[in-house]
Design a protein around this ligand. Structure first.
Ligand code: FRU
Length: 475
């Protein structure tokens, strides 16, 4: 129905039909970004897992491509990753030409093992299965989601892969992508959940210099935010062993709809990721448009240090070049209680909102996307005793479920805040919020029963000084 199609995202990738979950095989080759993904092409429910494929010049506008990997007699094509082997170290490619290769999980009812596929012609559209599959099999029924990268100091390919039910991440090494040796394991750390899934290990730049390795682990179900969520550990990696530098477990996103994040291969100098914007607890029940499942916006990752604490910082891309008009721009020295701004909602654009300034202790900034039917999606900053950004979808009535949390709180690290900043992107069925220069993140889906009509920005119970507010319609 037209009502359901209303939920189709404008700025976020979603396939035309069927179901989508994890991003897979994220890679940048010859100026093109490739997004592969867990995909049921036949119905908008999980299962029958293929690898779908889409390409983009800019990580925002995607073109759907033919299916890339298929279920076979050994099982479905579960999650995995891609590498670019430009020097043909693997020997898989025609002499003198590099190519791309995928490591992924072949998932049968009783066996999960790692398979290899590669683009024999160097052409990303045509993946061939390696004839000697599986390349890594430990006779396990919960061994999946290989993420592979080239580790220059040891001149090896490294695979991180989840022993899901054992709550262990295995580290393996290879010189040819076919023969894999176990190096070490990291596990029983942080929040265990039922399964560890979709690990990623990446060296992130630290603001102000240096770098650290960060191990990301998806957990499902059992996350503190309800169902599926992601945690990370900051530490060191020597090519064989990951050592966490402290005992802290940190969540990457405080919302309920950010899972199975993967970083792109082959983006020198930048670490960019996508995540599946949903949650296993209710992903088969959310309204279809007619597909189910979308990716988050791309986010660039780095680390920030506060004394002995290290945090992953996320940045959303600058969307200004796709703005429909100059939008609303306001600056002021001092604002007191009341309505600060109003902009209309548009079903053909996403809203990109940036706000900053000094909010007096006790003040509350409220952004309200609403309609005359009494529905309201709210996001804001409560600068009380425990300052926190928040998202509140309790006033939105198009979808409900026993496991659908109504609120997310993104606590700021120090409070009350002297200065705050936040960036919010609201698409047709999602809201992504980053606070304090990307230190706090929250991602939530929302489904209005009737179309939203306007966004209002309110200040309550205080003062907002040196304020800046920008709101743009983007498509
Ligand atoms: C994570 C996950 C992976 C698995 C895939 C199946 O969301 O459960 O562990 O490979 O989805 O689609």
């Amino acid at each position: 129905s037209p009502l359901a199609n209303r939920y189709r995202p404008i700025l976020h990738y979603s396939p035309a039909t069927g179901f989508m979950n994890d991003p897979n095989g994220l890679i940048h080759v010859h100026g093109v970004y490739h997004l592969y993904y867990q995909h049921n092409p036949d119905a908008p429910v999980a299962g029958n897992v293929h690898w779908g494929h889409a390409t983009s010049p800019d990580l925002i506008h995607w073109q759907e491509q033919p299916l890339a990997l298929f279920p076979d007699a050994r099982g479905q094509a579960f999650s995995g990753s891609m590498i670019w082997d430009g020097a043909n170290r693997s020997g898989l490619f025609p002499p003198g030409r590099g190519g791309m290769a995928a490591l992924f999980t072949r998932a049968g009812p009783a066996r999960q093992a790692q398979d290899l596929a590669y683009a024999a012609t160097g052409d990303a559209q045509a993946l061939s299965l390696f004839s000697g599959n599986p390349v890594l099999d430990e006779a396990s029924d919960s061994f999946r989601d290989p993420k592979v990268f080239w580790h220059a100091p040891t001149q090896r390919w490294i695979m991180v892969v989840a022993h899901a039910r054992r709550h262990e991440i295995g580290f393996y090494r290879s010189t040819n992508l076919r023969d894999w040796q176990h190096s070490s394991s990291f596990g029983h750390a942080g929040v265990l959940g039922l399964d560890y899934e979709c690990p990623d290990l990446v060296e992130l730049p630290v603001e102000g210099g240096g770098s650290r390795w960060v191990l990301f682990i998806s957990i499902n179900p059992g996350a503190p935010t309800g169902g599926s969520a992601m945690q990370y550990f900051v530490g060191h990696f020597d090519g064989q062993t990951f050592t966490a530098q402290d005992q802290a477990t940190r969540l990457l996103d405080a919302g309920q709809d950010f899972y199975a994040m993967q970083t792109f291969a082959n983006t020198p100098g930048r670490v960019v990721c996508l995540a599946w914007m949903n949650n296993w607890l209710y992903c088969n029940a959310t309204p279809a448009y007619p597909a189910r499942g979308a990716m988050t916006l791309p986010r660039e990752l780095s680390l920030r240090q506060h004394e002995d604490h290290w945090y992953v910082v996320q940045r959303l891309p600058d969307l200004g070049r796709w703005a429909r008009d100059s939008g609303l721009q306001k600056r002021w020295h001092h604002a007191v209680n009341g309505l600060i701004a109003t902009v209309p909602w548009s079903s053909r654009h996403a809203l990109d909102i940036t706000a900053s300034g000094q909010l007096a202790p006790g003040s509350r900034l409220r952004l309200r996307l609403s309609n005359t039917y009494g529905e309201c999606l709210e996001a804001g900053l409560d600068n009380g005793t425990y300052p926190g950004f928040y998202i509140d979808r309790s006033g939105v009535r198009g979808f409900d479920h026993p496991f659908w949390n109504h609120k997310a709180v993104l606590h700021a690290l120090h409070g009350p805040l002297q200065h705050f900043d936040c960036r919010i992107v609201i698409d047709q069925c999602s809201i992504e919020m980053l606070g304090m220069q990307g230190e706090s993140a929250g991602t939530m889906l929302h489904f209005f029963d009737q179309a939203p009509e306007q966004l209002e920005v309110w200040l309550e119970n205080g003062h907002w000084q040196n304020g800046q507010l920008q709101i743009q319609h983007i498509s």
